[in-house]
Design a protein around this ligand. Structure first.
Ligand SMILES: [Zn+2]
Length: 353
């Protein structure tokens, strides 16, 4: 049952939203806080020859109600959620913006591309400059410090952008596709089919996606427990893409299955673990019910096997990764599932590499 606010309250949220769009960009509300010192990438050896790199690529500031709606406004109807969020004048500090690099024996997989110092420019928004280019800076503030860009972070891992075979996009909001232009022409880009279905007021930057044949749509074919039907990315069947809709209806996550435990790189499925555990809804979700269903799926995944969920903007990522039990003292059993050609992995039955 949606929370039906009184008419005066509804009107005041709508008026606040209009004022926000008429007024200055978020970056001009107050002096920008100093940018955090650029930290280098962080790596964790997961076993099975896999290393996961956390790449801090740029930073974002959002309204407090964008990060989390207060309890009394959590279940306003879908149309009112955006005005409720936009009428908030309080900002978070700089939040992490994370891209991830999986160094797998079968190849390098990048997940998202992070934020860029050129946020706000017409060049950055490309074909979306006229519409989204005007709207986005009223919703968020974003930038990157020098040396905090994606190529620099990838170089710091000892790799080169041209070595990345595949980039999985969790979704197409700016802070996830902000450095798409820096990808090598040889890097394929994987996006869910649902993300490509236009939706009004979704904030998806579909015009930024390259149209040169590099884009591939996720083809899900393998039942994978509570996480639904997934697409395997490796022939040995230990990295998958799973649908995690809600934030956008095409939002997807990447799973690294280590046999006895796993990691879910869950993008903006939530801002942090507490939101998932308590059912806290951010101010920007395309579908509240789908968001809660994804929370439920992430929670039930932990009942199947130990599962670490990592979110793009979670300041706890460093600590969560540093504390991840890699099981070095346990035998590194290969995943039990063996893939067959019937799993329809794309290129002639082979996995995506
Ligand atoms: Zn984001």
């Amino acid at each position: 049952m949606p929370n039906t606010l009184s008419l005066p309250r509804r009107l005041s949220h709508v008026a606040g939203m209009i004022a926000a769009f008429i007024g200055p960009t978020v970056a001009k509300w107050s002096p920008r806080p100093a940018l955090p010192l650029v930290a280098g990438p962080q790596s964790v050896h997961l076993g099975n020859g896999i290393t996961l790199w956390r790449l801090p690529v740029g930073v974002v500031r959002v309204r407090e109600r964008h990060r989390a709606l207060p309890q009394e406004l959590a279940d306003v109807d879908e149309k009112l959620r955006f005005p409720v969020m936009m009428s908030d004048r309080r900002l978070t500090g700089w939040l992490d913006c994370t891209a991830w690099l999986i160094d797998h024996p079968e190849g390098l997989i990048l997940i998202d591309t992070g934020e860029s110092a050129s946020f706000g420019t017409a060049e950055y928004f490309g074909g979306d400059a006229k519409s989204m280019g005007k709207i986005y800076p009223k919703i968020i503030d974003a930038t990157a410090a020098p040396a905090n860009d994606l190529p620099a972070m990838v170089a710091a891992t000892g790799h080169d952008m041209s070595q990345i075979g595949l980039c999985v996009l969790t979704h197409t909001h700016c802070d996830h596709v902000g450095n798409l232009a820096t990808l090598s022409p040889s890097t394929r880009i994987l996006i869910s089919p649902e993300e490509l279905v236009p939706r009004a007021q979704s904030g998806r930057l579909l015009a930024k996606l390259p149209q040169d044949g590099r884009l591939q749509q996720t083809q899900r074919s393998l039942p994978y427990g509570v996480l639904g039907t997934v697409m395997p990315l490796t022939t040995r069947g230990d990295v998958f893409v799973a649908p995690t809709p809600g934030h956008t209806m095409g939002h997807q996550s990447v799973i690294i299955d280590l046999g006895h435990q796993r990691i879910i790189i869950a993008g903006d499925a939530a801002f942090d673990d507490v939101q998932v555990a308590k059912g806290v809804i951010p101010g920007i979700v395309e579908d509240r019910a789908a968001t809660l269903a994804t929370y439920d799926m992430l929670t039930r995944a932990k009942d199947e096997k130990p599962t670490l969920s990592l979110f793009t903007h979670d300041p706890a990522n460093f600590t969560k990764l540093a504390g991840f039990e890699t099981g070095r003292d346990r035998p590194r059993l290969p995943p039990r599932r063996t893939l067959s050609p019937a799993d329809n992995l794309g290129h002639g039955g082979l996995a995506i590499f």
